[in-house]
Design a binder for this molecule. Structure first.
Ligand SMILES: [Zn+2]
Length: 221
């Protein structure tokens, strides 16, 4: 009876050098290596090649497909520290003041902290947009008066909007962000750069203080 060997289709009979074990071990090793390589490629494609909220066209192929990431959406130059990254100008939506959407108008240290945090969030696939950054005293006054009308009294209005001389937005050390997912990320990670959510009922409002850098944020007031 013919012996069944794994070499039925081999053109020549394999020569047994020193038993079959080393060959089997080698075959097993190449199998594992091949599987690992396949997994690595698949993972790489999933991580870098597929669309994400931040890279709608897929980072790897955005440039080739001419998707949104190659034109307006993504003009990022990603650095190894995550601090080097830029964002396209935002278009104002309803009730937003265009000049308040510019992070460059914040106090320099606040601006740097905020931009570094946004870049780190971007690397995590989280988008942080500006709803309101630096406000002029006139704009803050307008908002305060509007709030007094809405709430019925100055005391009640102050719970929602501060007068210009007290507002961190006028000082350039506060930023309101959107969407909520971005605010949540910032609440969890912002203290690395001295950014903390400071007003209990406002999930969007963050302030900067150099004394908060790397420390636990104070409880929102
Ligand atoms: Zn605010």
């Amino acid at each position: 009876m013919r012996n069944q060997t794994p070499y039925l289709d081999a053109p020549t009979t394999p020569i047994q050098v020193s038993g079959t074990k080393p060959r089997r071990r080698f075959r097993a090793w190449t199998g594992v290596a091949g599987l690992s390589l396949t997994l690595l490629l698949v993972t790489g494609f999933v991580v870098y090649g597929l669309p994400s909220p931040e890279h709608p066209g897929g980072q790897l192929f955005g440039g080739l497909t001419g998707g949104p990431s190659s034109s307006t959406e993504d003009n990022t130059t990603r650095g190894s520290t995550g601090a080097s990254c830029t964002f396209p100008p935002q278009q104002a939506e309803r009730l937003e003041v265009p000049s308040e959407l510019e992070p460059d108008r914040l106090q320099p240290k606040m601006r740097d902290a905020f931009q570094q945090a946004r870049c780190a969030a971007k690397e995590d696939g989280v988008q942080i947009l500006v709803k309101s950054a630096r406000r002029t005293a006139a704009e803050q006054r307008r908002l305060f008066r509007q709030e007094i009308k809405t709430r019925g009294s100055e005391a009640e209005a102050r719970k929602w909007v501060l007068p210009p001389e007290e507002s961190a937005h006028v000082k350039g050390t506060a930023v309101d962000v959107k969407p909520q997912s971005g605010a949540k990320w910032l609440e969890q990670n912002g203290n690395q750069w001295g950014l903390c959510r400071t007003i209990d009922r406002e999930w969007w409002h963050f302030e900067y203080d150099k004394d908060w850098v790397g420390k636990r944020c104070p409880a929102p007031r």
